[in-house]
Design a protein. Sequence first.
Length: 727
Amino acid sequence: KTYLITQGKFLLILEAFIGVIIVLYFGVLLKFDTAKVVTILAFSLIGIGGSYGVAWFGMRINTFANSRTAFASLAGKPFPVYAIPLKAGMSVGMLLISVELFLMLCILLFIPGDYAGPCFIGFAIGESLGAAALRIAGGIFTKIADIGSDLMKIVFNIKEDDARNPGVIADCTGDNAGDSVGPSADGFETYGVTGVALISFILLAVKEPAVQVQLLVWIFTMRVLMIVASGVSYLLNDVRARAKYGTATRMNFEAPLTSLVWLTSIVSVLLTYFASWELIHDLGDGTLWWKLSTVITCGTLAGAIIPELVKIFTSTESGHVREVVTSAREGGASLGILSGLVAGNFSAYWLGMVIVVLMGIAYTVSTAGLGVLMAAPAVFAFGLVAFGFLGMGPVTIAVDSYGPVTDNAQSVFELSLIEQIPDVKPALKRDHGIEVNFEAAKHLLEENDGAGNTFKATAKPVLIGTAVVGATTMIFSIIVVLTHGLTQNLDKLSLLHPPFLLGLVTGGAVIYWFTGASMQAVTTGAYRAVEFIKANIRLEGATKASVSDSKRVVEICTQYAQKGMFNIFLVVFFSTLAFAFLEPYFFIGYLMSIAVFGLYQAVFMANAGGAWDNAKKIVEVDLKEKGTALHAATVIGDTVGDPFKDTSSVAMNPVIKFTTLFGLLAVELAVTLAAESGPSLTRALAAIFFAVSLVFVWRSFYAMRIRSSSPVAGASAGRVSAVARGK
């Protein structure tokens, strides 16, 4: 709660930067009246509020689910340990998608048509800003805490979530901040931005108003039906899983989650074809209803196929993950880390190929009659693929939220110190009818956490892929504006136009800066957390860490999360302005580049991190080799993978979409200003904006570097052994 309140204040500061550009563009250049500008600003605030609100809801629901899952494990039955996290995740997913759809329908139905489009843009920019801030800051926070807590297992040879470790409370808070708050806001924003991209395309590329209306009604009806599909599929899957595992003492936790994803995919596909026949069977030549349904189906199938591919590289049953364990057994952390890098690289190749094939099918279908209705039908097809990706949005969010609940359930169990409570077994028998076996309960929680790690990993590429495919549609909307409806300057969208080529190169550079900046914030923050924990941990004569020490670790995590996020946001903000003002087609190349580079960098990092994470889980659960050299090696691999999978990779999704959406305003502002005042002014402003961005690039790395001369670090190093003895 404290973390979210701090983040809420921070978001309002960031909104001030965006608000200035909205006022300049709509109020000064387009000369909208004050009421319209205020309405657009209000919807940008509603967008931020939506991301923030669903994040708050997600964290509160998951917090309740954590303790209930931990308690359910005492009965020794696996089904409740599976059902509670999934039910919590579905409640988050259903609310998230429903609120998003409701807000977008409000704009469509109640805002006058002459500025409904700008309100959609303002709303999307707001939710994208909220998601980016919560995703980046949450990712930094959670991995500072996770690394700080995990490394103590090696330094002091203590168990997972040892209550004497001051970093454990911060780790639990971080799981909520990074793995509940971040994904909830990210999912809300992803769903909304994809819709805004399609709406923008329809309004710009489809000339016939009647066709525009028909397509918009179809799009929104499909969204409602896909929410229904997720809910029905969850209920059917729950009945099946309960019948199969309800009284079992053993279960494969991944099996019912996998069946839920595939069942939802099948139901969504069937509803897609049915609704399309009902709503657009007379569109075009009479065959477009099944062609457009086929395009959406490509995305829906991607939402099911991609998780299966991700499991090949990240599941505890994966040969790649077991190779990490085998490598680490003989070669320590070094070979284990190298094997994880291999898994990440191969996963990027195969996922990229799947996305290319599905987009290729969508393109092929789009060439068969869609061109008579709109310009650039292939781009519309790509947008529908992104739409299909999110066809089972509530389920995608549910399996993503499953992970942090299973993780924190373990922590709650250990922090409760329930095994040390006098006469607890008779009390549980008397009050709840439970014959408790603590070791069996802990094993259930650990095994379920492995499934949570896997499915948390499977959701990431789906959201990342949606960002890239959806960004393609939004970039095309910018191209339509710049080329006056694809009638002018098309030659500048070519490698023969040097600014366009330079933009492509620049985008790659920015992606690698972002990766480094986010990891630097984690590294420096984790250093400070480890430094403090080593200096203050009490292992003898104490049953749990003091409240003040635990709060101090949380403060360290919050401090570096805020610092890292602020620097990163301002670089993204001023870089977007600088490149948009420099040259419009340079900016188009830049947007395309960050989408492509970001896709592969994010998939590689997410899956490499997932492989390292579950390699540690195999050692702990399957091999039962905690406290060994092999365990230490896989813990090191896991800590390397922490910022890979939960900070840098996942935050690229909202950053790509925020840059594209905000860039739509920035480039139009630049073009209008250049037409009125000449290119010299815009280039001068570009230089100023770029100089400001470089200041924050410097702050994001050089100003956050670890200072080895720190007197606290020196003192800490000499005190560790004494402190560990309780002196």
